[in-house]
Design a protein around this ligand. Sequence first.
Ligand code: AMP
Length: 215
Amino acid sequence: MRMILLGPPGSGKGTQAQKLIEKFQVPQVSTGDLFRSAAKNQTALGKKAKEYMDRGALVPDQVVIGMVEERMKQPDCKKGFILDGFPRTIPQAQALDKMLAGLGMNVDAVVEVDVPDQEVVRRISGRRTCRNCSAMYHIEFNKPKAAGKCDKCGSELYQRDDDKEEVIKSRLKVYHDQTAPLVEFYSKKNLVKKVDGIGSIDEIFGKVIGALGAK
Ligand code: AMP
């Protein structure tokens, strides 16, 4: 299973990716998580990425592509992967094709999770993320068992700077301008399966599985 999850910020890609990795036993490759972890460890890459992330802009293509290339070479990606948040631009998608061709691989499916902008704003502004393991919660729709603490590892939950309302608006604009054209890019390759991203986590997961033709 080599799959791309496409959709605006807050469409639930990360949540669905978590469920998909359990089902298909392949790693999730989330460029956002990789950047956040680099930023937390204060690496050169992390510091550079944070400048862009904090204002809702995209990290430059060469930086992202180099990082994904390294990640794809790790042995766990041999059995497949769920790409979450990458590619986000046409040059990134072209680089991915090249990278995979070099490894003798290709993309099996692109799932587009469709969620309207106003719903995105409602969802993201209530989102909380675990500082330690990146698990996600929502203050209304997916509350942790103990307020402010991660169910999985007990660490503190926080609101990402880029989940604040004014930044969400710029992230949505970036999505429509730069990432949405990927739907056409992958439609030409007959890979896109569009899924309605409104509903419960399990309902949407059911739709994703159905769209993939899996059981
Ligand atoms: P995410 O967690 O996927 O919403 O990503 C958070 C932020 O990380 C984005 O708003 C970008 O600043 C940066 N980022 C993540 N993935 C990419 C990518 N593929 N290309 C450029 N920037 C990215």
